[in-house]
Design a protein around this ligand. Structure first.
Ligand SMILES: [Zn+2]
Length: 361
């Protein structure tokens, strides 16, 4: 608890340090009710986590047992799971303060003050259910076991290796008999911690700096930190959910009919309800929680936008000139109002990530 409170203080301090010290009032943490964390006990692990390990057969057999992870990939996935849990913990801490949904940042990522942050928190809590993974060499004995989830590594020579970053499968959906989170060579291309990626975004102010371009075979692709991809895939993974019937998320489609995977897409092409149900919005929020927490300070909003029921209009999809109303930033956190003002029309920068995981079900 103390560590979490400390991390919240660190978030808040991390952007106020550059301001004149005379202007800084003491931080009031009384509104940070941390008691709800007792409901997010990560020791309750209803699912066993495995990594399919070994050397892919040559030639490939054309089944999931082809997707064996090398020792380096096993290590990357283990580290990625720990990193994703940390990302989720940071996101949950940032979502906790009362009225944080009245912030320009929350408006752009999750739709504004009519969206309950507790729902968003619940989806991040599913990431905390990823426990320590063991290594297995065959998927056979886990067929139709709803309490087992297996990470696999799609070989570079597999037909689908370059067509997606990842793919999640669930028992009972689309005739699958296994619960899988499958990572492709592009999904595994960036094994750095999300905190390193976030530090670059913080410095440059450009979201794309969290996604270094990697060469994978003949492809050059922006590569998210593995934690980003895992936070996304968990939103498709039934075994980690309270109630898969209502908690399972499917990638939402924007106005153009394409699934919203890019940063500008997830802010500007989705309705309020879609934003709260689009896995990629969670992944980007997890990264921004580390890089730019100042965008999510409670009561840090300008005009009516963060309170509005009509985000698409204000978001500029119709390119209308909309009055933003009076300057109504109510927070006293130093620097926060200025940060919110900068994102009245959205958070700048873009990374597109096409075909992130179009076949996840
Ligand atoms: Zn997805």
């Amino acid at each position: 608890m103390r560590a979490i409170a400390h991390s919240v203080v660190s978030f808040l301090l991390s952007f106020s340090l550059s301001l004149p010290p005379a202007a800084e009032p003491p931080l009031d943490l009384s509104s940070l009710d941390l008691s709800a964390f007792s409901n997010l006990d990560p020791s309750i692990q209803a699912v066993n986590i495995h990594i399919l390990a070994g050397t892919p057969p040559n030639p490939l057999n054309g089944n999931f047992d082809d997707e064996k992870c090398s020792p380096a990939q096993v290590t990357a996935i283990r580290n990625g799971i720990v990193d994703a849990r940390n990302m989720a913990t940071g996101a949950i801490a940032l979502l906790k303060p009362k009225d944080m949904n009245k912030s320009n940042g929350f408006f752009w990522i999750f739709g504004g003050s009519t969206v309950d942050p507790a729902i968003i928190t619940k989806h991040f809590s599913f990431v905390l259910r990823l426990g320590t993974a063991d290594e297995i060499t065959s998927t056979k004995k886990y067929e139709n076991s709803k309490t087992d989830l297996i990470f696999t590594c799609i070989p570079p020579t597999a037909p689908k290796a370059t067509s997606a970053y990842a793919n999640t499968q669930n028992i009972g959906r689309q005739k699958s008999v296994l619960n899988l989170i499958r990572l492709s060579p592009t999904g595994l291309a960036n094994t750095e911690s999300y905190t390193i990626a976030a530090a670059r975004v913080k410095t440059s102010g450009q979201i794309q700096d969290g996604f270094p371009v990697k060469q994978v075979g003949t492809l050059s692709v922006p590569a998210p930190p593995l934690a980003f991809t895992i936070v996304h895939e968990v939103q498709h993974a039934d075994p980690l959910m309270d109630n898969p019937a209502t908690d399972h998320l499917v990638d939402e489609k924007g106005g153009t009919g394409a699934r919203a995977y890019g940063f500008q897409q997830i802010m500007h092409e989705l309705s309020k309800d879609q934003k709260a149900r689009n896995p990629q919005n969670y992944a980007f929020f997890g990264l921004l929680a580390a890089s730019n927490p100042e965008l999510f300070v409670p009561n840090c909003y300008i005009g009516d936008a963060p309170l509005s029921l009509a985000p698409l209009l204000i978001a500029g999809r119709l390119r209308m000139q909309t009055s933003l109303g009076p300057d109504t930033c109510h927070t006293t956190v130093p620097g926060a109002c200025a940060a919110c003002k900068k994102i009245i029309k959205g958070i700048p920068g873009d990374v597109k990530l096409p075909n992130f995981d179009p076949d996840s079900t």
